[in-house]
Write a protein of this length. Structure first.
Length: 273
């Protein structure tokens, strides 16, 4: 039995083709955060690889020497052990097999190579998702897939451990964006390359009554004082290292030679049985 696919690759390709530079402001924020994280690593990366939409944008923004860019694909064209830095940029939330994507880039890393991914997290578009769900249920009496099921940060952190990366870290930033109306937000999402590319999406245009009702709900509940509508975007950052013997290793349980209470200069209170 074939593995169910979250994403329709042909639809995603069409969606990415609609991307416009003026709508990549969230990618700019993500690039700033990537640069900040790379700046905290005391190392010069000379063989980086990156996969994600609009490679020209990332090449310009990150200015990494010898950067190799790969198109989005379920199977990435990378050779094992050839890179010291691997970046998955704003695309992992569309992957049908996100663990497989991370494993492919982990294998492409040299020992002690650095992995970094950024993607939309589970709080993204919570206002729009709620409005569309309620509107469609009211108007049609049913629901259809409209927004990719973006994972929570805790679950995304677990992906790093499952993929075999050492010293995994997951954190996120939350951004609030205002638009003139919900329809302006939907148009912006198309220009970000984030239109509906789900395999199980509706194959016919959404009824106008659904969109109109969703806009009414969102405007009533998430309007700003000046009449615009507010929406949330969460960008999650995942980092980890290809395993290497030089990395810090956790101590065996019970191997400590000093008590934490002594180091803190406080009294230790034993737990009751």
């Amino acid at each position: 039995m074939p593995t169910p696919q979250l994403t329709d690759p042909a639809a995603l390709s069409r969606t990415r083709a609609r991307m416009r530079p003026e709508s990549l402001f969230l990618h700019e924020d993500a690039a700033d955060e990537i640069e900040a994280r790379l700046g905290m690593v005391n190392r010069a990366f000379m063989a980086p690889v990156l996969t994600g939409p609009w490679p020209e944008f990332w090449t310009r923004r990150l200015a990494l020497p010898n950067l190799v860019t790969l198109p989005e694909a379920e199977v990435l064209d990378v050779a094992p052990g050839t890179h010291d830095l691997a970046i998955h940029a704003m695309a992992l939330h569309w992957a049908s097999d996100p663990v497989g994507q991370i494993i492919q880039l982990r294998r492409a890393l040299k020992p002690d190579g650095f992995f970094l991914a950024c993607l939309f997290g589970g709080r993204t578009l919570s206002e729009l998702r709620d409005a569309l769900t309620r509107a469609e249920a009211e108007v049609t009496g049913g629901l259809s897939p409209r927004v990719a099921p973006m994972a929570e940060i805790r679950d995304l952190g677990a992906l790093l451990q499952r993929s075999g990366l050492a010293l995994p870290v997951a954190d996120s930033i939350r951004l609030t964006v205002d638009h003139a109306s919900p329809f302006h937000l939907m148009r912006e999402l198309r220009h970000m390359g984030e239109g509906n590319a789900l395999s199980d999406r509706l194959r016919h245009p959404t009824r106008r009554a659904v969109l109109t009702r969703a806009a009414e709900i969102m405007t009533a509940e998430h309007a700003t004082p000046d009449g615009r509508v507010r929406s949330t975007f969460e960008i999650v950052f995942l980092t980890g290292w290809a395993p290497d013997g030089s990395q810090p290793q956790p101590l065996r349980p019970g191997s400590a030679r000093a008590r934490l209470a002594e180091a803190l200069g406080t009294s230790e209170t034993p737990l009751k049985p």
